[in-house]
Write a protein that binds this ligand. Structure first.
Ligand SMILES: N[C@@H](CCC(=O)N[C@@H](CS)C(=O)NCC(=O)O)C(=O)O
Length: 215
């Protein structure tokens, strides 16, 4: 498999964590977002939306959208699983994953941040307030969902697709100045996840395209 992504892209990071938890090998192909490589014809042929990640499977298919990629990996390589056992717990794990991937992270995306800054003229303080309201609001809701369904991890006591989405969201929150002080469960689970030896290869700073000194 080939994973096309960017070292500090949250959506790519989700897929790297899922691949790591499933102990799957892959080749990593960096797409430099700051240089606009996601808008090149070569990349648009893989994902017409111009967003990373994209996964090229061993069968020659190209799949985009991190949630769809993780579901593909789960179906194609069921063990070890990144879904809990019971139907209800699976629903909760998917709901947390969707809350973070669909209701929080999109507001933090590079193209949205560029639009706020350059087209709407919002200064850093206004953009930080905006991020605390929208992604921050979705994360506050996630804190409650995890309080209801979590254990050692977001749902139960093993990492799932929900944790694959939580870790990059917390990483992004730090970068963008989203206040997580009132999110003790998310903070605790984030710290537990990044300490897992399995996740080491997935961490942004361990990617070949990582820029040292940047977070
Ligand atoms: N819903 C998509 C989101 C993908 C996404 O937002 N990718 C960002 C990086 S995290 C990107 O490629 N941004 C490039 C840009 O905004 O031009 C997914 O889950 O895969």
């Amino acid at each position: 498999m080939k994973l096309f992504g960017y070292w500090r892209s949250s959506a790519t990071y989700r897929v790297r964590i899922a691949l790591a938890l499933k102990k799957l090998d892959y080749d990593y192909h960096p797409v430099n977002l700051l240089e606009g490589e996601q808008k090149s014809d070569a990349y648009l042929a893989k994902n017409p939306l111009g967003l990373v990640p994209a996964l090229a499977t061993d069968d020659g298919e190209i799949i985009s959208q991190s949630l769809a990629i993780m579901e593909y990996l789960e179906e194609r390589h069921p063990a070890p699983s990144i879904l809990p056992q019971s139907h209800a717990a699976r629903g909760h794990a998917r709901a947390i994953a969707a809350t973070l991937a669909c209701e929080a992270q999109p507001f933090m995306n590079l193209r949205i941040q560029k639009y706020l800054k350059h087209d709407l003229g919002l200064d850093t303080d206004a953009r930080t307030a905006w991020l605390n309201r929208w992604p921050g609001g979705a994360m506050a809701a996630t804190e409650k969902m995890v309080a209801a369904h979590g254990g050692e991890f977001c749902v139960g006591d093993a990492p799932t697709i929900a944790d694959c989405c939580l870790v990059p969201q917390m990483f992004g929150a730090k970068r963008f100045g989203i206040d997580t002080a009132a999110m003790p469960r998310l903070t605790e689970i984030y710290e537990r996840c990044i300490a897992l030896p399995d996740l080491e290869k997935a961490l942004p700073e361990n990617q070949p395209d990582a820029v040292k000194g940047n977070s």
